[in-house]
Design a protein around this ligand. Sequence first.
Ligand SMILES: [Mn+2]
Length: 498
Amino acid sequence: MSSVQGPWFWLGNETLKVPAALFALNRSRLCERLRKNPDVPKGAIVLLQGGAQTQRYCTDTDILFRQESFFHWTFGVTESDCYGAIDVDSGKSILFVPKLPESYAVWMGKIHPPEHFKGKYAVDEVLHTVDIASFLSSKTPSLLLTLRGVNTDSGSVCKEASFEGISQFSVNNTLLHPEIVECRVFKTDMELEILRYTNRVSSEAHKEVMKAAQVGMKEYELESVFLHYCYARGGMRHTSYTCICGSGNNSSILHYGHAGAPNERTIRDGDMCLFDMGGEYYCYSSDITCSFPANGKFTADQRAIYEAVLKASRAVMESVKPGVVWPDMHRLADKIHLEELTKLGILKGNIEDMMKVHMGAVFMPHGLGHFLGIDVHDVGGYPEGVDRIDLPGLKSLRTARVLQERMVLTIEPGIYFIDHVLDQALNNPAQSCFINNEILQRFRGFGGVRIEDDIAVTANGMELLTCVPRTVEEIEAHMADSANVSKAFERVVLSEQL
Ligand SMILES: [Mn+2]
């Protein structure tokens, strides 16, 4: 990107400077799309409502605020309880900030005047939220475009803007959503810069974790190493999702790490570890999984499963380019997994026949990958006209789209030995005929392996954003060289003098 003048979002030290121009460009891209939409009349105004500050249940303890993703994409505003408007014809942007009571200054610090936010966010005008109705009526918009639509991953509906006095306006809440979602699917150069940064920092944090890993540690100790690195070095106060730090059989639990299973197991000798963690900077995410042996040395079985997954990952990467159908990449990964599991003796028979009965989903029940951006499962996977494929494995894909330049996705093949899924397959004659149960028994309790990288689709192929040790040799060499682990992570031993 050419040099962009400030203002910036920047947390100092080595953290990334993100120009406010990123959001000006997003707004102008959105307006351009809306102006091309024949259903949007001249004189329309987009109105978005930002996220609200909330508290823990019935208490007055604030929950750490993180901006709503559409509002962040459009304005880059970090404060809560704001609104933003854009005049579609002119592209002019107006930010509305809450008028804070004087008592705020006592507890929360100086109350900034609107001019402060105008400079901070490089918008055309800043007013107070109490003035939304009077400001908008002075503009006599033909239509207010508010944001309402279903998130295709969660099924939840985003919260449409509302304010006192909105009933005097003509409002449309369906036109905006598909247009802004489609804008978010394609990342600008400035957005790609942030995603490179979130990947760089999170990759380094994963490397710290792998060096710090030792038999006898709790899984959460390593989660803590990751969080500390991301925040201290990368300015990442949030992660993109709850850290998944599974060891041993826990590495086969796809979303391990939740409150009911909070990364609390003691890591044992001979365990595989599967750590899926991603830092978030200025609301832009990353999503990386590293799988490695707890003691730093792969057993023959661990190496075989790991290299099967790596082979699938790299085959997909070699095939990814504009025009490729994403579900075909999922099938490619399945096919390689089945071939390798056959070589290992866990499976027997014809690979094409296995594909027909969806053997791939027995070992990889999730989708191959998803869009990534401001949300870790980013929007736009299933626009109008793209349908979910209702088949095992493929139905878990968060997008079934044809790849295009500037899409950012994860590539995350995995092989897991999940008792429940294996038992189902063994009880299904159409599938059990392909399984050599004697050899499979050896892998009960193995856990799983996932290799997850983030990529951007380019004109001819893809750019790999993630940079961590990936081959067996790289991982073993990296873990053997643990002399450089930061002293900050050494256990505290109380001095006898105390
Ligand atoms: Mn992922």
